[in-house]
Design a protein around this ligand. Structure first.
Ligand code: SF4
Length: 295
C-alpha cells in the first residue's frame, strides 16, 4: 500500500474525532431523554451534566471519558485490497493517538498486569474486514468502555429461572433481565446491542455490530423492530434511570439483530454501550484520502 503517511493521518483523525466528539444522533438522544425527566430531579441533573461534559470535550479537544475503551475497527475494502498494510497503518495511528493523549494507556497484559504504552498489542485494537465491490475504503470505529462491557450478558435458552423459552418472548425476558441486572451500572443511559442466535463468540460480535446502527434506525425485520420499541418502553417503566439513580432514561435505544444457530443452541447475547457512545466512521479513497464522514 502506497501513501502510508496519508493512511495514518486519516485514521488518526478518525480516532481523535471518535474520542472527543459524541455523534450527533447520540447527543440528540441525550437531549430528548433530558426533557423526559422531571425538572430539578436527580435524573435531569445527571443528563444535563453529561451534556455539559459532551460540549466541554468537544471544545477542549479532550476525551469524552477517562476510559477510552477497547478499539474495534470495521473495514469494508475493495476486493483484493492489502489489509495487512491497513492493519499496520491503523496500529501506527493508534500509537500516535495514545502519545498525544486522545487515548489513555488502556491496554493491559492480562498475565503480567503490565500496561502497554502504545495500546498496540495482541488483540488491541480489534479488526474486522469485509471485501465489497466498491472503489472506496469505509472504516467505522467503536471505542467500547470497560464499565459497560462488564454488564453485558449472554443467555442460553431455555432458561428456567427467567421462564424464557426459545422464542421472542424468551428473548424479551432475557433483555429485560439484562437491564434489571445492570441497574444503571455501566454508566446509563446507554444503548443495548442484542443478538438472537449465533454461538458464544459470534453472538457477542453480532450484538456489538448493532452499535454501528444510528439511534433512529429501525430493524428491517418488522417483528424485531416492534420488539426493539416494546423493550425500550418497558425498560423506561422500570424507573432505573441515569446511572441507576431513578428516572426514565436507563436506555436511549435497543438494537436487535439475529444470526442462524444450530439446533442444540439458542443464545441471546446482550452488549451494553454507555452514554459515552463513541462511534464514528469515514469513507476514504483507496489511497487513504478523506472523502466524507459516515456519522
Ligand atoms: S462505562 Fe463508559 S462512561 Fe462509564 S467509565 Fe466506562 S467508558 Fe466512561
Amino acid at each position: 500500500m502506497k501513501n502510508h503517511v496519508q493512511w495514518e493521518s486519516s485514521l488518526f483523525e478518525l480516532i481523535r474525532r471518535t474520542s472527543v466528539d459524541l455523534p450527533c444522533d447520540i447527543e440528540q438522544g441525550l437531549r430528548r431523554a433530558c426533557k423526559t425527566e422531571k425538572k430539578a430531579s436527580r435524573a435531569r441533573w445527571i443528563l444535563e451534566t453529561l451534556l455539559e461534559n459532551v460540549q466541554k470535550a468537544r471544545d477542549k479537544d479532550a476525551p469524552l471519558c477517562q476510559d477510552t475503551g477497547s478499539l474495534i475497527f470495521y473495514f469494508q475494502v475493495p476486493v483484493g485490497f492489502d489489509t495487512n498494510a491497513l492493519v499496520s497503518a491503523t496500529r501506527l495511528a493508534v500509537a500516535r493517538a495514545t502519545r498525544l493523549g486522545y487515548l489513555r494507556q488502556n491496554t493491559i497484559d492480562s498475565v503480567s498486569g503490565a500496561a502497554c504504552a502504545t495500546n498496540v498489542a495482541y488483540g488491541a485494537p480489534t479488526f474486522y474486514f469485509e471485501q465489497c465491490a466498491r472503489g472506496t475504503v469505509d472504516v467505522r470505529l467503536l471505542m467500547k468502555g470497560g464499565g459497560c462491557e462488564n454488564v453485558g450478558k449472554q443467555y442460553s435458552l431455555p432458561d428456567e429461572s427467567l421462564g424464557a423459552g426459545r422464542d421472542l418472548e424468551g428473548v424479551r425476558r432475557c433483555v429485560l433481565d439484562a437491564v434489571i441486572s445492570a441497574q444503571g451500572n455501566g454508566c446509563a443511559p446507554g444503548i443495548l446491542g442484542v443478538c438472537i442466535g449465533g454461538d458464544r463468540a459470534t453472538g457477542y460480535e453480532c450484538s456489538k455490530s448493532q452499535f454501528l446502527r444510528k439511534l433512529d434506525d429501525k430493524s428491517s425485520v418488522k417483528i424485531l423492530a416492534r420488539l426493539e420499541d416494546r423493550l425500550l418502553k418497558e425498560s423506561k417503566a422500570l424507573e432505573i434511570g441515569p446511572m441507576g439513580l431513578g428516572g426514565n432514561a436507563a436506555l436511549l435505544g435497543i438494537k436487535i439483530g439475529s444470526m442462524s444457530r444450530v439446533p442444540a443452541s439458542f443464545f441471546v447475547t446482550v452488549s451494553y454501550m454507555c452514554w459515552a457512545f463513541r462511534r464514528r466512521g469515514a469513507v476514504l479513497t483507496v489511497r487513504g484520502g478523506f472523502k466524507k464522514w459516515l456519522y
